[in-house]
Every structure is written in C-alpha cells, then in structure tokens.
Design a protein around this ligand. Sequence first.
Ligand code: NDP
Length: 322
Amino acid sequence: MNYRRLGNSGLKLSELSFGSWVTYGAQLGDDSARECMAAAHDAGVNFFDNAEVYAKGKSEIIMGNVLKKLGWRRESYVVSTKFFWGLNDGPNEKNTLNRKYLTQAIDASLARLQLDHIDLVFCHRPDPETPIEETVWAMHDMIRAGKAHYWGTSEWSAAEIMAAWQIAERHHLAKPVMEQPQYNLFHRQRVENDYARLYGDLGLGLTTWSPLASGRLSGKYNDGIPKDSRATLKGYAWLAESVLDPVKLKQVRSLAPLAADLGCTMAQLALAWCLKNPNVSSVITGASRPSQVIENMKALDVVPNLGTDVMSKIDAIVGVPA
Ligand code: NDP
C-alpha cells in the first residue's frame, strides 16, 4: 500500500480506502463487515469512510462494533463521517448544515461509532439555506472541541469550497482540507475540470467515491443483473435502470480487452485508473464481500502498467471531459 497526503494537510491516507455506503446494514452485518474491514486492513488500508445517513445510522453502529472487536490502536486508523441529510424530520434535523444540527450530529455519531473523536468530518452536500460562514464556524468549533481532526465537503461546487476556505482564512478558522466527489471513468468533469485550480491554490485533497460506478465498471452487469448485486436491493431501482444503459454498457465492454491485455480484472483497471490521478488522495472502494476487497486491493499492482498509450485508449472509449 502507498500512503498519500490528504491535500496540503500532514495526514496520510492509504491510496485505496474502504467505505460502507449501501453495504453496511443492507448487505453486511457485524461479522461480514468485520471480515471485509480486516481484509482491507491486511492490505494496508488505514482509512474507513462512513456517514450518519448510511442505513440510517446503522452503518456507524456496525463500524463502531467492528472497530471495537478488532481492537486496532486508535492512532493507527482514520475514520470519517458526514452530515447533511440527518436522521429525523424536524426543520433543523434534515437537509441542513446549520450550527444546531452539526453540533448535535457529531455527538450522536461519536456515540454510534463508540469513539471519542472522528478524524475526517464532511459536510455531505451544500446547504443553500445556511450561510456558509455559519457552517465554517460550526466545523471549526467541532475541531476545537477535539471531536474532529479535519473537516471538508462532499459534492460542493468549486465556488462554494472557495467561499468556505476564504471565510476560514479571513477569521483564522480551521479550513476545509478535503472534498469527497464522485470520480470514475464515467464521471470526470468535477475532479478533472471544475476543481482544477483548487489543488494548487488551496491545497485541496480528495477522497473519491464510487470508483466502479456502483459496480458497473467491474463488468458485472454486461449480461444482465446478477441476483446478489446491489442493483437488486430494495430502493435501488434507479441503479437497476442505469446499469442497463446501452451506451455505458458498450463502453464497459470496450474496456474489457484492455484489462485482458494488462492481465487484470475490469474492476482493477477502473480502480487503477482513478489512482493515476495525482490529485486524488484516496480512492474509497466499496465491497459486499471479502473476495471483492482482496481483488480490488490488487489494483495497486496495475497502476505502473497504465502508460500513456493505455490511458489514451481509455480516453478514446469513455471520452474526455470538455
Ligand atoms: P463502487 O463504485 O466501487 O461500488 C462498490 C460495489 O461494487 C460493491 O459494493 C459491489 O457491489 C461491487 N463490487 C466491488 N468490487 C467488485 C469486484 N471486484 N467485482 C464485482 N463487483 C464489485 O463504490 P461505492 O459506490 O460503494 O462507493 C465507495 C464508497 O464511497 C462508499 O462506501 C462510501 O464510503 C463512499 N461514497 C460517498 C458518497 C458521497 O456522497 N460522499 C456517495 C457514495 C459513496 P455488489 O454487492 O453489487 O457486488
């Protein structure tokens, strides 16, 4: 495993990390989550991603139980969570980044995770109704209280990230250190174009999500929807529809010979491609079973084989953002 700095911060994250969206609670209970986390840890993963909203809090409970059971030293791993959607319906309990919600949400997450601090806390989406200044102060105070080490954003626009950073700079507050955007062969615009200036100007780090586009880039949907896949879960009809998109399926099928030439799986090719981008601090992988974790971690060996010729062939298949 290689470890990359989270942007300009001094924190080092494993370049492949492991997250719990969809899987924890819906597909994995304590025991199977423990097997997956242990497999990731064995491969050198030191960053485990979570969010308050995943399985309505259950994902944090499972991860907390697993961390307790595995007994790793707290200093040796990095845990994240994210706030925005909330778990209740009140006007100050959902779709907000106001001070009241954030201040209470962190305490509830700490309790579910059975931890006394969380390393990375993300504002899961922008909140157009709360002044960014109020959110920046709340995140700063969370850090000052010792409940979080670093804060960042997820799926914020470049302008929103810049505004938060400048407020923090002006008032000498803790700055947003990282952003968590979607990044995969189908979804490149934000990371490659929109944020281009933020890496150098702000030292922004990235922990990127859905590197396999919810499994689609593994090629598992090329012949229909497998029974044990995410696309069959209740509430994932949107995914079942999108995995059958003929344009994307054609692109995935066209990538298969490249993977075969490199002697790797499609999933490993897609993950290695994300790792080629030096602005990515950590690619957050997802898996519903340990065998997937083990396969995915071997993507590290594929990275050196992605020369300019292979990268150009990939661009020709999936297209480059304008
Ligand atoms: P991926 O796009 O990599 O999808 C992971 C899923 O793909 C697995 O659960 C599994 O699903 C399938 N899969 C994984 N490996 C293989 C393989 N080798 N062969 C075949 N199928 C495979 O990542 P996620 O969408 O899970 O996102 C990763 C993490 O990013 C999340 O856990 C979360 O922490 C974070 N995230 C953050 C978001 C944000 O808004 N900030 C949004 C979404 C995710 P199956 O059960 O079908 O086999």
